[in-house]
Design a protein around this ligand. Structure first.
Ligand SMILES: *Cc1c(COP(=O)(O)O)cnc(C)c1O
Length: 392
């Protein structure tokens, strides 16, 4: 796939020209566990990686391979591998590089499942974890300078859309020889290219914007080939592989990625401005707003500000309980990044296990609503929000 092609072209064509048997106009779903060989020498060459081919679908599969190629090209990586879920991609990556005595530095606002790995699982294996205040770059740089093996970032974060300066922290991490991993789920490769900003690996929950239709789960990892190879060897045995069916669904969703993200960027910006001017809304968290503390860095490292935002209401959780169920064009659900608008309070979704005080420490108001803008008509979405906010 030629590098000069723009993202919309890459999203449609990358990975699609290799396994289209009989000239199929889309990569077929290869629901085959194993691939057979008549020539035993050829079989052995493929098994040893000396020839191209497929052996067993826990390791490689043509439909999955086409998807891996798509994310590789879109993110500008050297290699890519797919996983059963986003959490499989994240946990396999962390466990491939972290061993007893090693150290990982990350931010306090990472995705809930990722936080759980940092707080509960890694310490059990004698791995040192240091979580810094997400927006305190001086504290992060100082922690990195004391030494670490892996820096794990996520930007914008969930649910208050905090922005982390990837280039700045990647260069601090490289100065101490650490690997830099960035979760690019919220931004997608349309809005942000962490590898270009200095990251070594980019991880995705493909379940969200990449698939885009809330109908398949998957995880993707791309970046430096030598690092991908290491995670591949771990996944091969760990077994958290993606199946051909969801791989097809995700690749199909990704063909419209740029169309969807451009619409979601524009609608989210319009809704954020509208909410910011609404008397019942206390604060809007969207990196596209000049009022957002991360706006300057976001403007430098992002091409668009994304379809995710959150806003707090004037009042407590009782107001959220009135407004959310009144929304007609919104699924009240835990996921995000779909063609349909989704919303939920962090209090019952991403941060349900924390106490009110812990949420307050993370800067998450009890009246916060996380809102994932879909591709519906933006005037319809604003009218829907308007009638729901009128109830409080
Ligand atoms: C959803 C999500 C994940 C986990 O992905 P799954 O596919 O649900 O396992 C990781 N990171 C971010 C930012 C997410 O939104």
């Amino acid at each position: 796939m030629e590098k000069h092609l723009r993202k919309s072209t890459q999203a449609v064509w990358a990975g699609e020209d290799q396994f289209n048997a009989y000239g199929a106009a889309t990569t077929p779903i290869f629901n085959s566990v194993a691939f057979s060989y008549k020539d035993l020498d050829h079989w052995q060459d493929v098994a040893l990686g000396k020839a191209e081919g497929f052996i067993y679908s826990r390791n490689t599969n043509p439909t999955v391979r086409a998807l891996e190629e798509k994310i590789r090209v879109l993110e500008g990586g050297e290699a890519a591998i797919a996983f059963a879920t986003g959490m499989a991609a994240i946990s396999n990556t962390l466990f491939s590089f972290l061993h007893p005595g090693r150290k990982v530095i990350s931010i306090k606002d990472s995705y809930g499942g990722t936080s759980k790995i940092f707080l509960d699982f890694l310490p059990q294996y004698g791995i040192d974890v240091e979580l810094c205040d997400t927006t305190d770059h001086e504290q992060l740089e100082a922690a990195i300078a004391r030494g670490c093996d892996l820096l794990y970032l996520e930007t914008p974060t969930n649910p208050t859309l905090k922005v982390v300066d990837i280039a700045r922290l990647a260069s601090a991490a490289h100065a101490v020889g650490a690997i830099v991993v960035v979760d690019n789920t919220f931004a997608t490769p349309i809005n942000q290219s962490p590898l270009t900003l200095g990251a070594d690996l980019v991880v995705h929950s493909a379940t969200k914007f990449l698939c885009g239709h809330s109908d398949a789960m998957g995880g993707l990892l791309t970046g430096k080939a030598a690092l991908i190879q290491k995670v591949y060897q771990f996944r091969e045995i760990n077994g958290a592989s993606l199946q051909a069916d969801p791989a097809y669904m995700i690749a199909r969703g990704m063909k419209t990625l740029e169309l969807r993200i451009e619409r979601q960027n524009a609608s989210a910006m319009q809704i954020a401005l509208w909410l910011e001017a609404h008397p019942k809304v206390k604060q809007v968290f969207y990196p596209g707003l000049a009022s957002h503390p991360g706006h300057r860095v976001a403007s430098l490292q992002m091409r668009g500000f994304g379809g995710m935002m959150s806003f707090s209401l004037d009042g407590g959780f009782d107001k959220v309980q009135k407004v959310l169920p009144a929304l007609k064009l919104t699924h009240l659900a835990a996921s995000l990044g779909s063609v349909s608008t989704l919303a939920g309070p962090p209090r019952t979704t991403s941060h349900v296990e924390l106490t009110e005080e812990q949420r307050a420490l993370l800067g998450i108001p009890e009246s916060l609503i996380r809102y994932s803008v879909g591709i519906e008509n933006v005037e319809d979405l604003i009218a829907d929000l308007d009638q729901a906010l009128a109830l409080i």
